[in-house]
Design a protein around this ligand. Structure first.
Ligand code: ASP
Ligand code: MG
Length: 420
């Protein structure tokens, strides 16, 4: 069997859904599980809705109306008005409607997952119905009954044992009869609440299913021709990789290449399942294959992680920064689920760089305050170059303010002031 994952960009409008159906048509003789993301930028819109609701802002209903209208436009382009999908989608929205009529009392991360998950629930409804109307027999599957997580909302930790057991029990039989369409990015707790797996987590969902079902391959359909040595939207003169090793792809994802979610590769590597990254607009192109073949990469790989914040922390009593201080700082970062992207220490200070996440930034400041003095710089970008050459580093740094720089034999990193 194979797993396909379609991201938001591939299903951003009615034409995208039709294109997805055309791709699936060509594979439907094989057993196929399709994982879909929310359509277009709907996850961002649902995030805005969540924060507007939590802060009880006046624009809540407006944002919600916009999200509904976006889906209704797509629905009416794809289906006759009497089609049952209109009701299915409406029922999903009604749950949010009820929720936002009440005042928010629950934990914000919990609320976030209950609202933001609607994007995938709705897109998968629309896509399943469209596949069926296009003659591809398909079944909608509620992923929350299969991917079991703990209750770390916004960053659900997958219980692999339970998850694989339930996937293996039900899905193979279904796949023999029809294409199974399910939601990326979502999970369910043992109390049947919805969790999410972290932004851009649909790739990870595809990898979980593939790994549990021992799939022949996973294909991620993208709006680019494959994996490049730098973001095509940011750099010119870039090259596409025809093949990459799991290890190289994992490094790229780790440093922030947005092409693949970082948690995706490891389960595929463990089960030796090939991962294809292919263009959804020209599906016959070969794209990039990621597998266990170790090829020496000579091309420099440039990864830009924007929206970073650099902290410089010192102890309140001006003593040396010791391992005790470091472990205290790391404990705080771990509890708040910050991923540390770069660190450097000197005698009196410890510098670290993390993603700037508005919703928990204030909490981080509050937690550091009692024991540490600190300064921070927002609006910084972290540039990582694997297999670097000095000339390229100079070119990338030209005219930029470098706040921190680190070189190892294979990887160079610089944190620069973002261009305004
Ligand atoms: N829709 C979710 C997001 O945008 C998950 C995904 O696209 O992978 O983060
Ligand atoms: Mg998305």
């Amino acid at each position: 069997m194979q797993v396909f994952k379609f991201g938001g960009a591939s299903v951003k409008d009615a034409a995208g859904v039709k294109n997805l159906a055309a791709i699936v048509q060509n594979y439907k003789e094989n057993e196929l599980l399709v994982v879909v993301s929310a359509m277009g930028k709907m996850t961002n819109a649902l995030e805005r809705l969540t924060f507007a609701y939590i802060n009880q802002r006046a624009d809540v209903q407006n944002i919600f109306a916009g999200i509904r209208a976006f889906h209704e436009d797509i629905l009416s382009e794809l289906f006759e008005p009497a089609h049952s999908v209109f009701n299915e989608v409406e029922n999903t929205f009604v749950e949010i409607e009820w929720m936002i009529e009440e005042e928010p009392h629950d934990d914000p991360d919990f609320i976030y997952d209950q609202i933001v998950s609607i994007g995938e629930l709705v897109s998968s409804r629309i896509i399943t119905s469209y596949l069926n109307s296009a003659g591809v027999k398909s079944r909608w599957l509620d992923v929350r009954s299969y991917i079991q997580t703990d209750n770390t909302y916004r960053e659900g930790l997958v219980d692999w044992e339970k998850t694989c057991a339930s996937i293996r029990q039900d899905i193979p039989v279904l796949l023999q009869k029809e294409v199974v369409v399910t939601q990326g990015f979502l999970g369910g707790t043992s109390e049947n609440f919805t969790t999410t797996l972290g932004r851009e987590g649909s790739d990870y969902t595809a990898a979980i299913f593939a790994s549990c079902l021992n799939a022949a391959s996973v294909t991620i359909w993208k709006d680019v021709a494959g994996v490049f040595n730098a973001d095509p939207k940011r750099f010119q003169n870039i090259v596409k990789f025809d093949q990459l090793s799991y290890a190289e792809a994992m490094e790229m994802a780790y440093y922030g290449a947005s092409i693949i979610h970082p948690k995706t590769i490891k389960p595929l590597q463990n089960a030796q399942i090939e991962l294809f990254v292919k263009p959804f607009l020209t599906p016959l192109e070969s794209g990039t294959v990621i597998n266990g073949e170790e090829l020496q990469v000579k091309t420099p790989v440039i990864i830009v992680k924007t929206n970073q914040v650099l902290f410089s922390v010192s102890s309140k009593d001006h003593s040396f920064i010791t391992e005790n201080h470091l472990s205290e700082i790391y404990k705080i970062l771990a509890e708040l689920h910050f991923k540390v992207n770069l660190t450097q220490n000197s005698a009196l200070s410890f510098s670290f760089c993390v993603d700037f996440v508005t919703s928990k930034f204030e909490r981080l400041l509050q937690r550091l305050k009692p024991d540490f003095n600190f300064k921070y710089n927002t609006e910084t970008d972290l540039i990582t170059v694997r297999h670097y050459q000095t000339a390229l580093l100079q070119e990338l740094a030209a005219g930029k303010t470098i706040l921190l720089e680190q070189l190892s034999c294979n990887t160079a990193q610089m944190l620069i002031k973002a261009e305004s």
